[in-house]
Design a protein around this ligand. Structure first.
Ligand SMILES: Nc1ncnc2c1ncn2[C@@H]1O[C@H](COP(=O)(O)OP(=O)(O)OP(=O)(O)O)[C@@H](O)[C@H]1O
Ligand SMILES: [Mg+2]
Length: 361
């Protein structure tokens, strides 16, 4: 079988502002019907990347291809309106003087009956079948956003670029709309590049996540892999709270009050950071020091005193001050436990869930 051509492919895209590289040598590919998320903190270059692909901004270097065809490089440039790329941005603007139907039909060419059928189909799918004759100002914010989605999808773009398109919606509305949006886009085999700074949104929506920092992609892969095999401490921290335990390597092992940890490939005598998420710390609630059903993966129990415990709904977040060095560790526990400040408990690290990185200065 011949290798499939990516719907969208960008190679070595870069952009400077005032001598500062804000997009630095970015490459990625999105297949038809797939969703890739650009995920990263504010200012890391996500929107700039999207704007270059859309063609509303010109890159300093790099190539954008759609279905294998170059649409912009150092010399040639297909104008934005001819790229068959749909755009959905946070600050979407509907045309106030057009009805909902008029808005959705705006970019559609062809016979009227066909256009009307397409508009009706999409308004039904986004749950606005009865609002066709309404004007934007008669709709709620969420309804307007759904109109904007229908409008962006209507011309069947080959690629959809979405920049935080759901951030204005309340949580419950958002879950429904983003699932429905992705269903529609997948049905139409559109390649989607979605920008967000929320890890939950990225994991929920993306087949592939490109984690960005300072204009670069630092890691790319399926959500499962990025979450479970992060490249560095910041990549762990981007997805959850973290605890960091400093250790020193002696003969490929690091000894800590929580037991020893493997540190393969790290030079003898150098410092490492053992990083663990709060949900992977085990707490002994019953039997002081013997641990809750310890497995071979659990390290040695160490004692800590509860400083704060916060009830968070499905779980509780507990902060401990550790006896051995006074450091603070955070652990999440099932919501049936809410230990009182001052209580001493024993903590263990799930060694299979620890990440060991060379220590950061
Ligand atoms: N037209 C411009 N002129 C100068 N600097 C710009 C311009 N557009 C963006 N920048 C800068 O480039 C960097 C990247 O901006 P960009 O909008 O791509 O970030 P972002 O990742 O989308 O952030 P956010 O999550 O806040 O939207 C920022 O530091 C921004 O200030
Ligand atoms: Mg942005």
């Amino acid at each position: 079988m011949p290798a499939q051509v990516p719907r969208l492919q960008i190679d070595n895209l870069s952009r400077q502002y005032d001598g500062r590289l804000v997009v630095d040598d970015i490459s990625l590919a999105v297949m038809p019907g797939q969703v890739t998320c650009l995920l990263g903190p504010s200012g890391c270059g996500k929107s700039t990347t999207l704007r270059m692909i859309a063609g509303v901004e010109v890159q300093d270097a790099g190539i954008v291809r759609v279905d294998g065809e170059v649409i912009c490089d150092g010399t040639a440039r297909v104008p934005p309106e001819e790229r068959q790329i749909g755009l959905m941005f946070q600050d979407f603007a509907l045309f106030p003087h057009l009805t909902v139907e008029g808005n959705v039909a705006f970019g559609l060419a062809g016979p009227k009956a066909k256009t009307q059928a397409r508009v009706a189909e999409l308004l039904d799918r986004v749950g606005l079948g009865h609002f066709g004759k309404s004007f934007p100002h008669e709709l709620s914010g969420g309804e307007q956003q759904r109109v904007a989605l229908a409008r962006a999808i209507a011309p069947r773009p080959r690629i959809m670029l979405m920049d935080e398109p759901f951030s204005g919606l309340d949580n419950r509305l958002r879950d429904g709309i983003r699932d429905e949006t992705l269903d529609i886009l997948r049905d139409e085999d559109t390649a989607v590049l979605l920008v967000t700074h929320e890890p939950e949104e990225a994991m929920r929506m993306a087949d592939d996540i490109a984690l960005m920092r300072n204009g670069r992609i630092v890691q790319q892969g399926a959500p499962y892999n990025i979450y479970n095999a992060p490249v560095d401490r910041d990549a762990v921290a981007f997805f959850s709270d973290i605890n960091v335990i400093r250790g020193t390597v002696r003969g490929a092992l690091t000894e800590t009050p929580f037991g020893h940890f493997l540190a393969p490939g790290v030079q003898d005598g150098s410092a490492v950071d053992i990083v663990i998420r709060p949900q992977h710390i085990k707490i002994d609630f019953d039997r002081a020091g013997r641990g809750p059903n310890p497995t071979p993966q659990d390290g040695t129990p160490a004692r800590g005193v509860v400083q704060r415990a916060r009830f968070m709904g499905s779980e509780s977040l507990v902060e401990f001050r550790m006896d051995h060095d006074g450091s603070i560790l955070k652990a999440t526990v099932p919501n049936v436990f809410l230990p009182s400040p001052g209580k001493a408990l024993w903590l263990m690290l799930r060694r299979d869930r620890c990440f060991v990185f060379p220590a950061r200065a």
